[in-house]
Every structure is written in C-alpha cells, then in structure tokens.
Ligand binder design. Structure first.
Ligand code: FES
Length: 99
C-alpha cells in the first residue's frame, strides 16, 4: 500500500499502487475539478505534487495542459497513477475548518 497525503488538510489515504490519483482524491473526500469524465481533455484536474515520484508527463497530458493553459508545474490527476508515497495539494483545498 502507498500513502498519499493531501495538503493543507494533512489527511492521509492508503491506496494500492497503480490507483489513479484522481480516484484517490475523490476517495479522500476532496473536491477535484473535472468536466471531461477524467478523459485528459478539460485540463481542470491539475494538482501540485509536493513530494514523491510521479511518472514523466506523456504527450497526451502535455497536450491537454497546453490546450487548456494549465500552469506547467501542475499535473493532471486523471493522467497519473500513484506508484510512490505522495504529498499533493490543489489551490482550492482549504484548511480543515474547526467546528
Ligand atoms: S479530468 Fe479532465 S483532464 Fe483530467
């Protein structure tokens, strides 16, 4: 099992290797933008990898980012499979609210 930590909340999820990152985000209960059915078209699922190894960008991901003007430092969560412990964030994941 691999561990993915989601910042800034700090929630950690254990998942089997090979899980798509976008599925891990959803399983953690965090929002993830997508309007293409996770099909590498919309470019909305960009996340920032803070630590851990991810595969190099393939042409299809690069093209989706280029078409949608996604900042180069973001990776598309629907394109990534988790093969290492990761720390990940997205600009719209806020701190946990104390109630
Ligand atoms: S969900 Fe549309 S590109 Fe990832």
């Amino acid at each position: 099992m691999l561990r993915v930590r989601f910042e800034p909340r700090g929630d950690t999820l254990e998942i089997p290797g090979g899980t798509r990152l976008i599925d891990a985000v959803r399983e953690a209960g965090l929002p993830i933008a997508s309007s293409c059915g996770d099909d590498l078209i919309c470019g909305k699922c960009g996340v920032r990898i803070l630590s851990g190894k991810v595969s190099r960008e393939k042409g299809s991901e690069r093209e989706a980012k280029r078409r949608n003007r996604v900042p180069p430092e973001l990776r598309l969560a629907c394109a990534l499979r988790v093969h290492d412990d990761l720390v990940v964030t997205a600009d719209y994941w806020g701190e946990r609210q104390n109630s």
